[in-house]
Every structure is written in structure tokens, then in C-alpha cells.
Design a protein around this ligand. Structure first.
Ligand code: PLP
Length: 294
């Protein structure tokens, strides 16, 4: 069983190299207060994060998550995380995770207003039970994100390709999906292309070709999507990135929302139009995603 825990991290410079960073993080009581009221993560959502799936104590795909943390930090003008330090912090957090599924969250915030350094911490918690989404699937609705495909490049201050702490919009989209009788949402660009879900990437199947929206800055490049692509390519399937018009969605032979903790959830309907579900392939994907992956 996984303990809820928190590890406060004292971030060191990305240039620093040493073998052991264990004196730069401290395990604290997860239920005790740990952040200052001046924290810009809580005041402004000013920071970046990652959620890493853990299976039987093994943190999945740590390097891709740390690379994306660094990418998000760069987009937000936050100091580059020291990869070795964060890797060791993830291992220390994983040591708090027992049998079954858990989640490690990594947070790098702007820190305290006018303070000298960013604030960083990691948490562990048991994962929710996602069996019903993995086996029974999810109904989705499409929602306009309000930006066209060129917005990320034209207006980088929108931080569209960064995994920032400002997830209020993503959570609002999921509530809107629930109001419309669905489980989840797929964002569309204002010029009519498919993007991603509020907390997951989208993979579509057309015959033996799998396709996902190009991660061109407007969406997050999902670590799970990358991992699923490796698995599918090893089985001889064609995988690729494309601009996908929204009108292609109901034509798919199958579709999944994929993410680090829920893993692969087959889409059963888009805007009330039923989509075929490939139960066998879905089970294979989730078996693969639950196996130890580095
Ligand atoms: N897109 C968004 C907006 C997300 O929040 C997430 C995960 O939280 C993903 C995609 C999927 O990323 P990953 O597979 O790395 O969990």
C-alpha cells in the first residue's frame, strides 16, 4: 500500500554534478503544512508539474517526464531542473510507494513572492481505481479551446505547450463534459483541428495506421502516447503525427485517451456518435503500460 508522503526539494543548479543529492530533499508529513502563504504556485498557479505513474513501486518513464519538466520550465523561464537531483528525488518518492498503482507528482514553482529561489516538492499518493475507464471506456464531447493551431507559435506567453500548474481551465472542461453527459472532453482548435483531452493525449486508429495530433507547441507531448507508439511500432503497426480535422474523429476505427495514471481509456462515443472499441488491443495496451517501463 502506498503512503501519502511529501518530499521537499531544495533545487540545485542544473550545472552541478555530484553522485548523491539525498541531502537536498527531506521527507515531511504529507498532512502537515509545508508551503508559505506567499507561494506563487498557490497564488497564481505559477509553476510546472509532472504526474508519474508508479506500478508496484516502479516509477514509469522517469526520464521522459523529467525532460518534459525541463521543457515546461524553459517555456516558463524557470531555472532548469537538475536532472540527476530530480531523478534521485523520484527514486526516494517511489520508495514510499508499495504494491499496486500510485502516482508521484513533481512540482516546480516560482517560489515565494520576492523570494530567492523556486520551491520544489514531490508527493506520493495511491492512484484512483481506473478499471472502469480502462475496460468500459469513456464517452467524450468535443469542446472549442478558443485558440487556432498557430496560437502557440504566435503567442508563446500563453504557455500552451507547458504543463503548468494552471489547470483550472482543464478542470472546467471536464466539468462541462460531465454537464453534457460525457466522461471527458477533447479540445478542438478554433480552426477545427483535434488537439488533446484536458488530462490526456488522443490516439486514433484508421485501419492499421495510428495517428495523434502533432505536438507542435499547442499541446503537451504525452509520455504515454510516446510509449504506446513504441509498443505499436514494435508490433509492425504504422504510427504517425498529423493535423487531424475534427470531422475525422467519428470516422476512426478506434480511439483512446492515454495518460500516465489512467493509462489507455478507449473512447466509446464522440458527441453521442458511437465509436468501435477494440477490447483486445485495449487490454494489450494496458498490460503493456502496467509493465515496468523506463
Ligand atoms: N495532455 C494534457 C493536457 C495532460 O494534462 C496530460 C497528462 O496529464 C497528457 C496530455 C498526457 O501526458 P502523459 O501521457 O505524459 O501523462
Amino acid at each position: 500500500m502506498t503512503r501519502r508522503s511529501a518530499l521537499m526539494i531544495d533545487p540545485v543548479s542544473a550545472d552541478e554534478t555530484r553522485a548523491d543529492y539525498s541531502d537536498t530533499f527531506t521527507l515531511v508529513d504529507a498532512a502537515a503544512p509545508a508551503l508559505s502563504v506567499g507561494e506563487l504556485s498557490t497564488q497564481r498557479g505559477d509553476g510546472v508539474f509532472e504526474s508519474i505513474g508508479v506500478v508496484d513501486g516502479h516509477p514509469q518513464e522517469v526520464v521522459p517526464h523529467l525532460e518534459r519538466l525541463a521543457h515546461s520550465a524553459r517555456l516558463c523561464d524557470l531555472p532548469a531542473p537538475n536532472q540527476a537531483q530530480w531523478h534521485q528525488a523520484v527514486e526516494a518518492a517511489a520508495a514510499q510507494c508499495g504494491a499496486g498503482e500510485a502516482v508521484i507528482k513533481l512540482i516546480l514553482s516560482r517560489g515565494v513572492e520576492h523570494g530567492p529561489t523556486p520551491t520544489a516538492w514531490a508527493t506520493t499518493a495511491p492512484a484512483a481505481d481506473f478499471r472502469s475507464a480502462r475496460e468500459g471506456g469513456v464517452r467524450v464531447v468535443t469542446l472549442d479551446r478558443g485558440y487556432d493551431l498557430g496560437a502557440a507559435e504566435r503567442a508563446p506567453w500563453l504557455l500552451l505547450g507547458a504543463k503548468t500548474l494552471s489547470y483550472a481551465v482543464n478542470m472546467a472542461a471536464i466539468r462541462e463534459a460531465h454537464r453534457r453527459g460525457a466522461d471527458d472532453a477533447i479540445f478542438l482548435s478554433s480552426d477545427g483541428f483535434v488537439l488533446e483531452a484536458p488530462t490526456a493525449s488522443l490516439i486514433l486508429r484508421f485501419g492499421d495506421r495510428f495517428v495523434t495530433p502533432e505536438p507542435n507547441g499547442g499541446i503537451l507531448h504525452g509520455t504515454t502516447q510516446l510509449s504506446v507508439y513504441e509498443h505499436l511500432a514494435a508490433q509492425g503497426f504504422e504510427v504517425g503525427y498529423d493535423r487531424i480535422p475534427a470531422s475525422d474523429l467519428p470516422r476512426a476505427d478506434a480511439a483512446w485517451l492515454v495518460s500516465s495514471v489512467r493509462l489507455a481509456a478507449p473512447i466509446t462515443a464522440v458527441d453521442d456518435a458511437a465509436l468501435p472499441v477494440d477490447a483486445e488491443l485495449t487490454a494489450d495496451l494496458n498490460r503493456y503500460l502496467l509493465s515496468p517501463r523506463d
